[in-house]
Design a protein around this ligand. Structure first.
Ligand SMILES: [Zn+2]
Length: 122
């Protein structure tokens, strides 16, 4: 059985009207807490994706996660010649999360620093 309750180990979710700021964004994971707007439906896949980010954050002690994410994203923007979406999708944190978001048991199988192991390139 899936569902929101099972994600409690790594994921807290807060439904609210204000975070994330701006109309274009529906959900954001801040320090392991997923904030989402009332008009967004959180699928198990989305929750699992965000849960993988939460594990990456814990491993990197939160603040370094955001620093590493931002630096890699900027580097990818240059490498992808300004294609922001392509840059986002090629960030190692996103590659791991997208690769395994449909595997609901990934959390229990995941190896430390999975985003840098290259397993996601299969
Ligand atoms: Zn992501």
């Amino acid at each position: 059985m899936g569902g929101i309750c099972r994600t409690g180990d790594f994921m807290r979710v807060i439904r609210n009207r204000f975070i994330p700021f701006g109309r274009r964004f529906g959900a954001i994971n801040l320090f392991g807490v997923l904030f989402y707007k009332p008009n967004i439906s959180l699928s198990p896949r989305v929750i699992n994706h965000e849960r993988i980010h939460s594990m990456q954050m814990m491993e990197l002690l939160y603040v370094p996660f955001y620093v590493a994410y931002l630096v890699e994203w900027l580097w990818r923007v240059v490498k992808c010649r300004g294609d922001l979406y392509k840059a986002y999708r090629s960030v190692s944190f996103e590659r791991e999360a997208y690769q395994h978001e449909n595997d609901m048991d990934y959390g229990s199988k995941r190896r430390r620093f999975g985003m840098w192991r290259g397993d996601q390139n299969s």
